[in-house]
Every structure is written in C-alpha cells, then in structure tokens.
Design a protein around this ligand. Structure first.
Ligand code: ADP
Length: 198
C-alpha cells in the first residue's frame, strides 16, 4: 500500500482538496473522523478516557468534549495523558482501515491529517501534499467561514505552524489561493503523481 499525506492549515482548503481527491477516485482516510470513531460509545478508547478523566462522559453516553477540553486546557501533562490513550487507538484503527482497503485491491491511499507535520507523521508518508494559501487569504477565508473578527482569526493562525513552514516539508504544494477551478488541475496532477509511485 502506498500512503500519501494530505495536510494544510486552518481554512487553507484541505477539506476542499480532500473532496476533489475523492471525486477523482482517491480513497482518503480522515484522521479527524478516525479520532472521533475511536471514542464512540462502547469503544475501549472511551472506556479508558472515562477512567482517566472522571465526569467527561455525558448522560447520553457520549464524550463531552467541552468538559474534556476543560481538563486538558493549559495542562500539557493532562493533554499528554489523553494523547497516550487516543493515539494508539487512532493508529490501530488507521492500520485496520488500510488493511480493509488493501483487501479491496486498493494500492494507493491518502491520509488527511491536520497535524501531519506537527506530529512528525509526514516522515512515514511516501509523499506529502500541502494545501497552501498566502496568510492573508487564509485569514480572510477563516474570518468568513467561521464568522471571526480579524483578531480572533489572527489568534487561531498564530497558534499553528504556518503554511510557509509546512510547505517546506511538501512533496507537492497545492496553491489554493485562486478559484477552485485553478486548484482542481493541481489536485489532478498530484493524484496522478501519487498513482505513479510504485
Ligand atoms: P480547511 O479544511 O483547510 O479548514 P476548507 O476547505 O474548509 O479549509 O476551506 C476554507 C474556506 O475557504 C471554506 O469556506 C471554503 O468554502 C473556502 N474555500 C476553499 N477553497 C477555496 C477557493 N479556492 N476559493 C474560494 N474559497 C475557497
């Protein structure tokens, strides 16, 4: 199985590119989706969280992310404890999904991970596509999409590794600063390049 990373920054257009890849027939595994699946009611992941962080499971049996956030906010040790529970579960679920794709005869897959580079996972990929836009475009799209003022948007951007930093690690940079019609052919070229591997 050839696995390629897809990442970007907040509001850079990663979801948009992911959708384009799927339209081209790419099988895209989404790290955010997997991270939610492994803490669904009844999972060992949620059970471990319940034991380590009492009170974070709501009356509906689901993880109360606001309560959990309050536990780990501004406490790196608690955040590390949460990651130590969740990350192995995500890794195992990811491997399972890859095996299922392999059983279908799929040879090339894309792993969509917001923090691909921050976590160092990009080094495990055969190639990395970074969805890039200039910072001002990123800020403007973030403000519109999430209804933020300039200051709030700046704060969110400042909390992330910049796209200019991320692109240093890219095998392919997808420039999403133009119209979607300008992004699509780039995505097609990247998918063709991915398929050409192996
Ligand atoms: P991400 O998944 O990286 O956070 P999205 O794909 O949600 O980003 O895109 C962020 C916002 O910008 C969304 O509102 C989306 O509709 C818009 N957007 C994405 N690509 C473009 C583009 N090429 N031109 C104009 N708007 C775009």
């Amino acid at each position: 199985m050839h696995v390629f990373g897809l990442t970007g920054g907040i509001a850079s257009g990663k979801s948009t590119v992911s959708r384009m890849l799927r339209e081209l027939g790419a099988r895209v595994l989404d790290a955010d989706v997997i991270a939610r699946e492994v803490v669904e009611p009844g999972t060992p992941g949620l059970q471990s969280i319940r034991e380590r962080f009492p009170g974070v499971v709501g009356p509906d049996g689901r993880l109360d992310r606001v309560k959990l956030g309050a536990h780990i906010f501004a406490d790196p040790a608690e955040r590390a404890a949460l990651n130590a529970i969740v990350h192995p579960q995500v890794r195992a679920a990811f491997m399972e999904k890859l095996a299922a794709l392999e059983a279908e005869g799929i040879t090339h897959a894309v792993y969509d991970v917001p923090l691909l580079i921050e976590t160092g996972l990009h080094t495990a990929m055969e190639g990395v596509a970074v969805v890039w836009v200039p910072r001002e475009v990123q800020k403007a799209r973030l403000m519109v999409r999430d209804g933020l003022d300039a200051q709030a948007a700046e704060a969110r951007l400042a909390a992330q590794l910049s796209l200019d930093d991320k692109r240093q690690h890219a095998t392919w940079v997808i420039d999403n600063s133009g119209a979607p019609e300008a992004t699509r052919p780039q995505v097609e070229a990247v998918w063709r390049a991915m398929l050409a591997h192996g």
